[in-house]
Ligand binder design. Structure first.
Ligand code: NAI
Ligand code: MG
Length: 327
């Protein structure tokens, strides 16, 4: 579509097939110049085509301005890792917020993890150097550390969050020393205020006093773990969206998987997926529409209808219609 944005839609498996159409329905209700192209990936494709991620799907995601991804099942690693690479995503953004009306361990939580998404111990350099002896090489570059720092400080400044840098440079002096130095250089050059926290102690503080934190800039593994910890504070997987941001395009997905235990029943909570669509709107520079979607989801979470994971009896469709009505 000329002058608009092309969105690749990859529902995947299980409840991905149920919550992804819900997010598309919400986006369509906004009357923006968005055009959607649906492509297949996941377990069901492996059976029929011999690969979980057909080239055509990857190429569509590469070319699109943004992608909505649902979830894959057993083939998740074969699907989502190449797709994150296809959008060259250097930043993984994971907001973890508690909502009124949802039973949360810590109702004051409003955190955003900005996680380096390309290196650290997830660089994939592992070996068995002798029988029974294995190693993993941790990669931390100044360039990637500065890039995630710039992104994190921008994100926090635009949205009025405090910044904390998670690290363990007292032990990993060279690699996390590099990470911390790079984040400091970026923060100091901008005159930004920020705190530094050892990641193990930070895990404890996040559980005890999450309200004291905002944006947390993290190395890769720390971001993976701390964001899951925060998910536990706010009331479950059905609520957590995420963004994989690259320099040109980006991919948006709920944190949850294909949920085979409830798939096909029409009762999956669409909130995480719809909130991922709101992050997509932020990314495409529709901040007002993104806020409208978030407010609609928050209204429905507060007043119902609610899906069974939140103690209600409503279907995915009931919740989606209620969100669309509020828009
Ligand atoms: P999961 O997130 O699919 O489910 C964990 C639990 O949370 C289940 O009880 C499920 O019913 C519930 N749940 C998740 N999302 C929900 C929603 N929107 N509404 C209501 N309840 C929800 O994680 P699990 O069970 O560890 O993995 C299931 C499959 O998903 C596996 O095959 C795994 O490989 C895949 N997976 C895929 C991911 C991806 O595509 N990014 C991420 C995580 C898992
Ligand atoms: Mg994880």
């Amino acid at each position: 579509m000329t002058g608009g944005h092309d969105i690749a839609v990859v529902p995947g498996d299980g409840i991905g097939q149920e919550v992804t159409p819900a997010a598309v329905e919400v986006l369509e209700a906004l009357d923006l110049p968005l055009s959607f192209v649906e492509r297949a990936a996941g377990d069901h494709v492996l059976e029929s085509r011999g690969t979980a991620l057909p080239d055509g799907t990857r190429e569509t995601v590469e070319r699109a301005d943004a992608t909505l991804f649902g979830a894959a099942g057993e083939t998740a690693a074969d699907v989502i890792l190449p797709l994150r690479r296809a959008v060259d995503s250097f930043a993984n953004v994971r907001p973890a917020r508690a909502y009124p009306g949802v039973d949360a361990l810590k109702p004051e939580t409003d955190l955003v993890f900005v996680r380096e998404n390309t290196e650290g111990v997830y660089a994939g350099i592992e070996s068995e150097i002798a029988e029974g002896v294995t190693t993993c090489t941790r990669v931390v570059t100044e360039a990637a550390s500065r890039r995630i720092a710039e992104f994190g400080f921008d994100y926090a400044e635009e949205r009025g969050y405090d910044v904390t840098v998670a690290h363990k440079s007292n032990v990993m002096r060279v690699t996390d020393g590099q990470f911390l130095d790079a984040v400091r250089a970026v923060g100091d050059a901008r005159g930004a205020e920020y705190d530094e926290a050892l990641m193990d102690a930070l895990a404890m503080h996040l559980v005890l006093r999450p309200e004291e934190y905002g944006v947390v800039i993290c190395p890769n593994l720390a971001g993976d773990m701390l964001s899951d910890l925060a998910a536990g504070l706010v009331g479950g997987l059905g609520l957590l969206p995420s963004a994989n941001v690259g320099s040109e395009n980006a991919l948006f997905e709920p944190v949850h998987g294909s949920a085979p235990d409830i798939a096909g029943q029409g009762v999956a909570n669409p909130s995480a997926m719809v909130l991922s669509a709101a992050l997509l709107l932020d990314h495409l520079d529709y901040p007002a529409e993104a806020d409208r979607v978030r407010e609609a989801v928050e209204g429905v979470l507060a007043d119902g209808p609610r899906t069974p994971d939140l103690g209600g009896e409503a279907s995915t469709e009931d919740v989606t219609s209620a969100v669309v009505e509020r828009l």
